[in-house]
Design a protein around this ligand. Structure first.
Ligand SMILES: NC(=O)c1ccc[n+]([C@@H]2O[C@H](COP(=O)([O-])OP(=O)(O)OC[C@H]3O[C@@H](n4cnc5c(N)ncnc54)[C@H](OP(=O)(O)O)[C@@H]3O)[C@@H](O)[C@H]2O)c1
Length: 310
């Protein structure tokens, strides 16, 4: 059996088109374009790529997009003052501080400083609480929202199904748990202390990996016909790991050997696609959806701040 490949780029394009149309309609009614500001501290190369992607996509969607770049040695006080300034700027409807931040800064303090109504990453405790309580007036983290969007797009049922999530982070695993519960799935969440990960994963109708360990989920973790969503994005450089994880993907392996570096997920794609009913690739799976849902969150924040229901 060879699994259906769930195409995140295609689903993200559909979300972006919807967002562009809604943003244009908002502009027609109010004369205001949604404003997204990203704060970047330091020069982490991966963060620079992510931030460029976010601001570029925001512009393409007709948003006013701004980048506030601060030096890696910025003081806590200076960063909090910059956040405060954006918090009171009425042209900024959505804002986020790109993580990770340098060691001398506390990400939790930063997340609490962003006003909940502009917190388009959905990391503020008030938004986390709203999600837990099932309130629909909060902002929800983009990656778990992207997972649900992808499942919905492909008509994958959740009600009464067993979903197993591997990973309990505040940005992926835990919020996804609540989104899946709200869809009436039966949810199991696994982590590094789970006693028999393979057996637990094999119970899943829908298996989501959000771990950060390249290729952790192998064919043996998957019940035949299950849907497998790979949230992981991991850079690998080791040749033996590349040969293992890119098995059956000759062109990708060739490019990896030439470049010495590639991105892989938490799922061993070559093995899992022989067992699963459907699987997301990396890249091209959940990744593109995260940015699309960030723009959807920003639009929703703008609509609420302008007194429109969205
Ligand atoms: N697609 C996207 O846009 C997107 C967005 C965010 C993150 N990601 C990617 O998703 C992955 C996870 O990110 P994250 O921020 O959620 O990671 P994280 O905060 O490091 O959390 C990882 C989770 O995986 C668990 N874990 C680690 N090793 C394990 C093992 N061997 N067996 C079972 N569970 C294990 C950890 O368990 P403990 O809690 O017990 O330590 C933890 O709950 C990363 O590859 C990241 O790059 C992608």
């Amino acid at each position: 059996m060879s699994a259906t490949i769930l195409d995140g780029r295609k689903v993200a394009a559909a979300v972006l088109e919807r967002v562009r149309d809604r943003a244009a309609a908002l502009f027609e009614r109010t004369g205001v374009r949604p404003g997204l500001t990203v704060v970047l501290v330091g020069e982490n190369p991966a963060s620079q790529v992510y931030v460029r992607n976010k601001t570029r996509r925001a512009e393409e969607a007709g948003f006013v997009s701004r980048l506030v770049a601060l030096p890696a040695d910025v003081t806590r006080e200076r960063l909090l003052a910059a956040i405060d300034e954006l918090a009171t700027d009425r042209s900024v409807h959505g804002m986020l501080v790109q993580l990770p931040v340098p060691e001398h800064l506390d990400p939790r303090e930063i997340q609490r400083a962003v006003p909940p109504e502009k917190d388009v990453d959905g990391f503020h405790p008030l938004n986390a609480g709203r999600l837990l309580l099932g309130d629909d007036d909060g902002l929800v983290p983009c990656t778990p929202l992207g997972v649900i969007e992808l499942l919905d797009h492909y008509g994958i049922p959740l009600e009464g199904r067993h979903a197993v999530i591997v990973g309990r982070s505040n940005i992926v695993g835990k919020p996804l748990l609540h989104l899946l519960l709200a869809r009436h799935a039966t949810v199991t969440i696994c982590h590094s202390r789970t006693a028999d990960l393979e057996a637990t994963c094999r119970q899943a109708d829908v298996l989501v990996a959000a771990v950060g360990v390249p290729g952790l989920i192998r064919g043996g973790h998957v019940r035949p016909g299950a849907v497998v969503i790979d949230v992981g994005i991991n850079a690998i450089e080791d040749e033996a790991a590349g040969r293992d994880l890119l098995e059956g993907q000759a062109r990708r392996l060739e490019r990896f050997l030439a470049k010495g570096r590639t991105l892989v997920g938490d799922v061993h794609f070559g093995e899992v696609r022989e067992v699963a009913g459907a699987v997301t690739p990396v890249p091209g799976g959940v990744g593109p959806l995260t940015v699309a849902l960030l723009l959807q969150n920003t639009l929703q924040a703008a609509e609420r701040q302008l007194g429109e229901c969205g």
